[in-house]
Design a protein around this ligand. Structure first.
Ligand code: FAD
Ligand code: SIN
Length: 532
C-alpha cells in the first residue's frame, strides 16, 4: 500500500460483513479491504452452526421474530428484528448465487435438492442453513472468490487499522466526519494514511478480552475502540454472550462444539451422567444460551468439576461423521470418540451483542463512518443474541449499508491530513510487559466480569483496568507501534466499556446476570449507551 492513499471506499475487516459490503460497492468505485491477518482469518471463518433464515413451509417470519425477541429479553428493537428476518431469504439467495454451497438433504424421492435445516438453542423450528459444520469457511471461500473477480478491489492483508481520522481531530470545529484511517503495515512496521469519504468498520467482536473464548486472535474489539475514541456512541457492551459448549481439552484452543450438536439430540450431562438441564428450562439442553451457560457454570461450581459433558452417543458414527466432520475430526485428534464418549465442554466468551450504535442500514452518528456485523449494535440482538442470527444480520445490513452509501457522493475531500506520529523508542522489555498486561486483562475479565457478576467484583475490575489503561497509554505514545500494542490499547478500552456498562445496569437481564440485582428492573427496558 502506498504510504498515503485514496480509495472511494475503505473496508476494515474481511469477514462476512466487510466482504459483502465490498462486493456490493465494487462496481461503483475503488475499494480497499484492510485486514489484520490473512484474508480469511475472521470469526466468520470459524462459524459452524449456520445462518438462521426462514425457508421452510413449516416456519414463518412471525416465529423467527418471536424467537429472536424472546432470546433478546426485552431489549430487541422489534422493527429491526422484523426487517432483518424478512430480508434474510433474498440475501441468502444472493449468497447461493455467488457460489455458497449449503448442505442439502434427500427429499422423499431420493433426489438431493432440499436445503438441510439445522436446529439450535431458542429456535422453535428447524431453520438453520449450514454447510455441514464448516459454514463460515464456506462463506469466506465463496465471498473471497467473488471478490477476486473485481479488478477495483485491493485486499491488504496483515494491515491493522489503528485509528479513525476525523475532521474534529484535524482541528475543524464544524462539519465533523470520518475522512480516513491510520493503518499499520504489520510486516514493514510503518503507519500509512488511507483517505476515503466512506469508511466501513467490519472488524468483528472482542472475545479476546476473556481468557477463554471461542474467538480467533483477531477478535480484540478494535472497531468498538476506534469508534469510541472518535466520539461515536457504543451500546450494550455488558451483554457478552458465553457459548455453553467449548471443547475442554489441553490440545484444543478455542474450539467450539456447535449448538447444532444439541439440535441433533445432544444432551448436557454432568460427570455422573445426570442430565442437569432437565429441571432448568422446558427446552432443556436447547434452552437459550444465557440460561444454558449459567446452568453449566452453576453445575461446575456445585460439583467442583472442571467441565460438563455433551452426550450425542445415541447418533450413529456415520451420521456424526457426515453431519459434523470438523467436530468429529477435532475430537478424534484429542482422543475423544464422540460416537461412543461424551464430549467434555465448558462455556467460553463467544459474541459481543452490543457495539457501535448504528441505524438498521449501518450508519453511525459520525458522517462517513459505517459499521456492520459483530462490531455494530443495530437493536437486533437485544440482551442475548439468538443462535445463528449474527451471520444473517451481517449479510442483510452490509447489503443495506452498500445501497445507502451508493446514494451519497463518493469522492473524498481535500483536507490536509498529517502523517501519524509515534514514539521512536524500541525496548526489549516492551513485549514482556505487553504480554503480561494482556494476560492480566483477560484473566481479570474471566474472573470478575464473567457469566455471574457482582458489584464488588465489577468495581475491582474497573479500578484495576484504570491503572492498566494508564500504563498502556504511556507505552502507546513512547514506543514504536506494533500490532500487539494496537490490540492491547483497544482491549483495555473495550474491557473498561464492558465493565462500565455492567456496573450501570442495576438488574439482571439476558446475558447480564448480577447477584446484587438478580431480577429484571420494573422500569422500562433501556440500552446502556457510552460515549467519550
Ligand atoms: P469477523 O468475521 O470477525 O471479521 C472481522 C474482520 O476484521 C477480520 O478480517 C479481522 O482480521 C478484521 N480486523 C479486526 N480488527 C482489525 C483492525 N484493527 N484492522 C484491520 N482489520 C481488522 N454466528 C452465526 O450466525 N452462526 C454461526 O454458526 C456462528 N458460529 C460461530 C462459531 C464461532 C467459533 C465463532 C467465533 C463465532 C460464530 N458465530 C456464528 C458468530 C459469527 O461468526 C460472527 O459474529 C460473524 O462472523 C462476525 O462477522 P464480521 O464480519 O462482523 O466479523
Ligand atoms: C454454534 O454453531 O453453536 C454457533 C452458532 C452461533 O454462535 O450463532
Amino acid at each position: 500500500m502506498a504510504v498515503d492513499h485514496r480509495y472511494d471506499f475503505v473496508v476494515l475487516g474481511s469477514g462476512i460483513a466487510g466482504l459483502t459490503f465490498a462486493l456490493n460497492v465494487a462496481e461503483r468505485g475503488s475499494v480497499a479491504v484492510i485486514t489484520k491477518k490473512n484474508r480469511a482469518e475472521s470469526n466468520t471463518n470459524y462459524a459452524q452452526g449456520g445462518i438462521a433464515v426462514v425457508t421452510s413451509n413449516e416456519d414463518s417470519f412471525d416465529l423467527h421474530v418471536r424467537d429472536t425477541l424472546e432470546a433478546g429479553a426485552g431489549l430487541c428493537r422489534e422493527d429491526v428484528v422484523r426487517g432483518i428476518v424478512e430480508e434474510g431469504p433474498a440475501r441468502v439467495a444472493e449468497l447461493i448465487e455467488l457460489g455458497m454451497s449449503f448442505t442439502e438433504r434427500e427429499n422423499g424421492n431420493g433426489a438431493r435438492h432440499e436445503l438441510d435445516l439445522g436446529k439450535e438453542g431458542g429456535h422453535s423450528k428447524r431453520r438453520i442453513l449450514h454447510a455441514r459444520d464448516v459454514t463460515g469457511r464456506e462463506i469466506e471461500r465463496a465471498l473471497l472468490a467473488a471478490l477476486a473477480r473485481h479488478p477495483r478491489v485491493a485486499i491488504f492483508e496483515n494491515h491493522a487499522a489503528i485509528d479513525l481520522i476525523t475532521r474534529r481531530k484535524l482541528g475543524f470545529a464544524t462539519d465533523n466526519r470520518c475522512v480516513g484511517v491510520y493503518v499499520l503495515d504489520v510486516a514493514g512496521g510503518q503507519v500509512e494514511t488511507v483517505i476515503s469519504r466512506h469508511v466501513l468498520l467490519a472488524t468483528g467482536g472482542c472475545g479476546k478480552a476473556y481468557l477463554y473464548t471461542t474467538n480467533p486472535d483477531i477478535a480484540t474489539g478494535d472497531g468498538v475502540a476506534m469508534a469510541y475514541r472518535a466520539g461515536v456512541p457504543v451500546a450494550n457492551m455488558e451483554f457478552i454472550q458465553f457459548h455453553p459448549t467449548c471443547l475442554f481439552h489441553p490440545r484444543a484452543k478455542s474450539f467450539l462444539i456447535s449448538e447444532a450438536v444439541r439440535g441433533e439430540g445432544g444432551v448436557l450431562v454432568n460427570g455422573a451422567g445426570k442430565a442437569f438441564m432437565d429441571g432448568v428450562h422446558p427446552l432443556k439442553s436447547l434452552a437459550p444460551r444465557d440460561i444454558v451457560a449459567r446452568a453449566i457454570d452453576a453445575e461446575i461450581k456445585r460439583t467442583g468439576a472442571e467441565c460438563v459433558f455433551l452426550d450425542i452417543t445415541h447418533q450413529s458414527r456415520e451420521f456424526l461423521q457426515q453431519r459434523f466432520p470438523a467436530i468429529y475430526a477435532k475430537c478424534a485428534e484429542c482422543g475423544i470418540d464422540m460416537a461412543t464418549q461424551p464430549i467434555p465442554v465448558v462455556p467460553a466468551a463467544h459474541y459481543q451483542c452490543g457495539g457501535v450504535v448504528t441505524t438498521p442500514d449501518g450508519r453511525t452518528s459520525l458522517p462517513g463512518l459505517w459499521a456492520v456485523g459483530e462490531v455494530a449494535c443495530t437493536g437486533l440482538h437485544g440482551a442475548n443474541r439468538l443462535a445463528s442470527n449474527s451471520l444473517l444480520e451481517a449479510l442483510v445490513v452490509a447489503h443495506r449499508a452498500a445501497s445507502a452509501v451508493l446514494k451519497e457522493p463518493i469522492s473524498a475531500r481535500e483536507d490536509l491530513i498529517p502523517p501519524w506520529q509515534s514514539g521512536p523508542a524500541q525496548d526489549p522489555d516492551e513485549l514482556v510487559v505487553i504480554y503480561h498486561n494482556w494476560r492480566e486483562i483477560r484473566q481479570l475479565m474471566w474472573d470478575y466480569v464473567g457469566i455471574v457478576r457482582t458489584t464488588k467484583r465489577l468495581t475491582r475490575a474497573a479500578s484495576r483496568l484504570r491503572s492498566l489503561n494508564a500504563e498502556v497509554q504511556e507505552y502507546y505514545w513512547n514506543y514504536k507501534m506494533t500490532v500487539d500494542l494496537v490490540e492491547l490499547r483497544n482491549l483495555v478500552l473495550v474491557a473498561s466499556l464492558i465493565v462500565d456498562a455492567a456496573l450501570s445496569r442495576h438488574e439482571s437481564r439476558g446475558l447480564h446476570y448480577t447477584r446484587d440485582y438478580p431480577l429484571l428492573s420494573s422500569a422500562p427496558p433501556r440500552d446502556t449507551i457510552l460515549q467519550a
